[in-house]
Ligand binder design. Structure first.
Ligand SMILES: NC(=O)c1ccc[n+]([C@@H]2O[C@H](COP(=O)([O-])OP(=O)(O)OC[C@H]3O[C@@H](n4cnc5c(N)ncnc54)[C@H](O)[C@@H]3O)[C@@H](O)[C@H]2O)c1
Length: 309
């Protein structure tokens, strides 16, 4: 199995590291536009192989898409972060240009690949990728945006903190858009080993968990001065593993909706089954009225962002 990671920055390199260590791909190609950068990252990562005990081949290339040909999965992390004074629309314009170029180039040589979009604003970049893929005759099921996997891991982190229990014993999902105000942590459905967490946490405490989850990205940006990479890299690894091993895990991800959850012509986070063919099924949750209302608001905000494309 071959995986290409576009963008050798913090998130892309961490994802490549994660995928290599899992031994799920025979080859990981990292591509960046900056001369020598991906080559350097790939070489550094490859030099951990004998210590970490993996055999995945790591290759770095500068803008050479031929070297990415026949990939099974393409992960897109290339893009700029928002700079001071830059409007959201300007950022969308710049990143949309980058995403359009890299997606078109990558799919041209790997038309069977499943494409995982990470670059922000992720919901809008996934929608753009869906449109490009559709023009190329590629199934919507092969276009997945990574947001819910990360937001859900941040949700479980905050739940574990509030309950003072192991995160591995917790289940919880975040749906909706991948933004501070658009994500919806599903506290009602979260469980501690199958037992609703509402048995152990008050409504007030659950609201606090939810609020902290929603500003998870901003909290880290405030501490680090840039956006995070370990959990995003691990979340990418989780999705790539579910694809390559055909695990059929339910992972909330940004996919194209055509009537599901009352929405059409939008890419937004919902629980999906992820396997060898991409997203194979949307799980239709029975949302409460408040959750439905939050989902509609979230979709409205994502649509407003898409309008800037
Ligand atoms: N979806 C999520 O949950 C999530 C989480 C974290 C970060 N992100 C987003 O992921 C993206 C990457 O974040 P990062 O911290 O790795 O940024 P970074 O600046 O460290 O890396 C971005 C890389 O993209 C490369 N690049 C730019 N234009 C390119 C092009 N045309 N072709 C190939 N490579 C190109 C740059 O040279 C750079 O190395 C950002 O948009 C960030 O907002 C998303």
């Amino acid at each position: 199995m071959k995986v290409t990671v576009i963008g050798a920055g913090a998130v892309g390199a961490t994802a490549a590291d994660n995928i290599a260590r899992k031994q799920i791909a025979s080859e990981v190609v990292i591509l960046d536009i900056k001369e020598g950068f991906a080559e350097g990252k790939a070489m550094d990562l490859a030099q951990t192989a004998s210590i970490e005990g993996f055999d995945t081949k790591l290759v770095g290339v500068t803008n050479d898409y031929q070297r990415t040909a026949k990939s099974d999965v393409i992960v897109v992390t290339s893009g700029l972060p928002r700079k001071p004074g830059m409007t959201r629309e300007e950022l969308i314009g710049i990143n949309a240009g980058i995403v359009r170029t890299v997606v078109t180039n990558a799919l041209a040589v790997s038309p069977k690949a499943i494409i995982l979009i990470v670059s922000n604003p992720m919901d809008t970049m996934t929608y753009l990728t869906y449109q490009i893929a559709a023009e190329m005759g590629i199934s919507k099921r092969k276009v997945i945006g990574m947001g819910g996997a990360l937001d859900s891991s941040r949700f479980r982190y905050r739940l574990g903190e509030a309950l003072n229990v192991a995160q591995s014993d917790l289940h919880g999902m975040v749906i909706g858009g991948h933004g501070d105000t658009t994500m919806i942590p599903l506290t009602r459905l979260a469980t501690w080993n199958g037992i609703p967490v509402s048995r152990f946490l008050s409504g007030e405490k659950l609201k606090e968990v939810s609020d902290k989850t929603m500003v998870g990205g901003a909290t880290l940006t405030g501490l680090l001065g840039t956006s995070a990479w370990y959990a995003p890299g691990a979340a990418i690894g989780q999705i790539v593993e579910s694809i390559l091993r055909d695990e059929k895990k339910i992972i909330p991800s940004c996919v194209y909706l055509n009537g599901e959850y009352g929405q059409k012509d939008i890419c937004i986070g919902v629980p999906v089954v992820i396997g060898r063919n991409g997203w194979e099924k949307i799980i239709n949750l029975r949302l409460s009225n408040a959750e439905k209302e939050a989902f509609e608001k979230s979709a409205e905000a994502v649509r407003a962002m898409n309008a800037a494309l």
